[in-house]
Ligand binder design. Structure first.
Ligand SMILES: *Cc1c(COP(=O)(O)O)cnc(C)c1O
Ligand SMILES: [Zn+2]
Length: 419
């Protein structure tokens, strides 16, 4: 992998060769998250936007020269990436904006953004010859790993909180993973998974620990910028739990800037649930995320419920280094955003996906968005992941189905009375 310079610890700055460490900088326990640093000059000599124009590959693997894998690495067959970026003029107009796009990652094979990272995890684990891959997850990272492993028959063990939405657990069991429903929170599941990986020598996909997950997630920025003709947007709204997605979004943009493929850095807007706002708090108060203690997380948006965001160093940098902002949204605002987004552009999001849109609405109300700015909202998860929340959401905005007897007379009556 001569396109990678080294792995750099984000705490102490020490660098390591990729064959020296698999995960974190050994000087800081499990916290020493490292960044994969590339030789952009070398990559730029081999790979261009013209190559991409000619490419017929419509998955994340179209960006292989910018990923931390060997050029000839075998990749899983599920098609991950190149999700639609919808230009939503009507929704934009309703919000008083001129340019709004929705990137729909609910369309990925297991129906969440996490497929981007788990695809890389499977390649890296197979590179290591791992017998078993493991992860802890609020549900989507698990489903993604589970599905991608199923596509290559890779054994895996998954740890999720026992409260994970049923659809996500159904995915895990259907794909044939070994599933541990942990009696506790995501944070408990994470700690247990870390111990299990240590004890049994399993390949560890955990967010904020495995440095290659941000590298998969960064592909969303490559796609957004390519889909916009390499004209980077002004702001990108993304929901934040552990912070790996927003860190990945940032990383992809930094790659493109370093290659000279885009000419400016968008502001990154991190949206957290009010009841799970560790990063918002740290950003607002300037607290050090290496010493700030965990909070008690509680939100309907299970995918962004994280008491101690595992990728908090990268997540904070993504916002501060791009002159962006963290915002919080209430569970009610998140729920209201589900039908608003669906009715505004036809994209059905789970609560954590809709949270990004709720954040845009709030940012507009707070005067943080100018009407002519080019805005991208990322939907990170499909609404079918959490049907119970969708039903709650439509109830909240007063939408109900009409009950009719199977006769035209009754139908007419109902239509006259209710419509
Ligand atoms: C994981 C996830 C997020 C948040 O990603 P982090 O990397 O944990 O910040 C947001 N939305 C959905 C649907 C997710 O699955
Ligand atoms: Zn270090």
């Amino acid at each position: 992998m001569d396109h990678i310079l080294h792995l750099k610890c984000l705490i102490c700055g020490k660098t390591y060769r990729t064959d020296e460490i698999d995960y974190v900088c050994p000087d800081h326990g499990d916290e020493g998250i490292v960044d994969v640093q590339y030789d952009y000059e070398r990559i730029g000599q081999r790979f261009s936007r013209d190559d991409l124009r000619r490419s017929t590959e419509t998955t994340i693997w179209r960006y292989k020269p910018l990923l931390p894998i060997e050029p000839d690495a075998a990749v899983p067959p599920l098609t991950v990436g190149w999700t639609p970026l919808y230009q939503t003029d009507r929704l934009a107009a309703e919000l008083g904006l001129k340019h709004l796009w929705v990137k729909d990652d609910g369309r990925l094979p297991t129906a969440s953004f996490k497929d981007r990272a788990s695809a890389i995890a499977v390649v890296k684990a197979q590179e290591k010859g791992a017998q078993v891959i493991t992860t802890a997850s609020t549900g989507n990272a698990a489903a993604a790993l589970s599905g991608l492993c199923a596509s290559v028959k890779q054994p895996n063990v998954i740890f999720v909180p026992e409260t994970a939405p049923q659809a996500k657990v159904a995915q895990l069991l259907t794909f044939g993973s070994t599933v541990m429903l942990v009696k506790g929170t995501y944070d408990n599941a994470f700690e247990l998974c870390m111990q299990a990986a240590q004890t049994y020598g399993w390949y560890n996909r955990n967010t904020g620990y495995n440095p290659y997950m941000s590298e998969g997630k960064k592909t969303v920025s490559f796609e957004i910028c390519e889909q916009l003709g390499w004209q980077a947007p002004d702001q990108i709204f993304v929901s934040v739990g552990d912070g790996c997605i927003i860190g990945g979004v940032h990383k992809g943009l930094k790659d493109l800037l370093a290659l000279g493929w885009i000419d400016r850095m968008p502001r990154l807007m991190g949206i957290q649930a009010e009841g799970s706002a560790y990063l918002y708090q740290a950003w607002r108060s300037g607290e050090d995320v290496l010493t700030k203690p965990p909070i008690t997380a509680q939100t309907i948006a299970d995918s962004i419920s994280a008491g101690l965001p595992r990728d908090r160093i990268k997540a904070l940098a993504a916002v501060t280094e791009t002159n962006g902002a963290y915002l919080t949204v209430t569970d009610e605002e998140i729920l209201a955003a589900i039908p608003a987004l669906a009715r505004g552009c036809g994209v059905f999001a789970e609560p954590a996906g809709a949270a990004a849109f709720a954040g845009l609405v709030k940012a507009i109300n707070q005067g943080l968005v100018a009407s002519d700015e080019r805005i991208v909202v990322i939907n990170t998860g499909n609404g079918l992941k959490d049907v119970a929340s969708a039903m709650k959401a439509v109830d909240l905005v007063g939408t109900q189905a009409h009950r009719v007897a199977p006769t035209l007379d009754n139908l007419k009556q109902v239509i006259e009375e209710e419509l």
